[in-house]
Write a protein that binds this ligand. Structure first.
Ligand SMILES: [Zn+2]
Length: 66
């Protein structure tokens, strides 16, 4: 899996969007600010992926508690 960095999104509080190539398909991805895992854009985040900070609800809750 190749990872390309792209300086399209600059924000202090949000993880940067980058492109990954997954089996020949280019996808938008981010690193979760809680667990550091790379997660790709999902249908439910289609319109607000730039505002997504966590890979899962669990990480969102963990982040609040830490
Ligand atoms: Zn996470």
């Amino acid at each position: 899996m190749d990872v390309y960095n792209e300086d399209t999104h600059k924000s202090e509080n949000f993880s940067k969007i980058f492109k990954i190539v997954d089996r020949g398909v280019i996808k938008e991805a981010k690193c979760c600010i809680e667990c550091g895992k790379v997660f790709v854009n999902r249908k439910k985040w289609k319109d607000n992926f730039k505002d997504v900070k966590f890979c899962s609800q669990k990480c969102k809750l963990n982040h609040k508690n830490s």
